[in-house]
Design a protein around this ligand. Sequence first.
Ligand code: DGP
Length: 114
Amino acid sequence: MNDCIFCKIAKGEIDSQKIYEDDTVLAFNDLDPQAPTHILVIPKEHIESAKDINESNSQVIAHIFEVISYIAGDLSLNDDGFRVVSNSGENAGQSVNHLHFHLLSGRPFAWPPG
Ligand code: DGP
């Protein structure tokens, strides 16, 4: 999508601090970190949010979780743990309409979320 920030980041048109990249997935540091580790993991193709996951694109979602597991191991997040969050829609606080998974670690997280 032309006016989508995360599409531009995926294409390299906007800089990001990359953590991981392959043909279909990109992981980069969040601009406004909410924890010592706060990484966004996105599909390079434009999918608006979790509401748009279906059998035509779910392969990349499965791959995103493989990537999350790889990053967690690579950055030694497994001992203390981590949280994966995807906000979908207004009430959940989604502010960028390109599906993304927040990978958060480095401090305790409350449950239930606010
Ligand atoms: P959400 O509120 O769940 O839609 O999360 C969007 C996140 O994206 C938010 O934590 C801030 C981050 N973000 C927004 N614009 C940029 C950007 O241009 N670069 C980076 N690295 N992160 C961004």
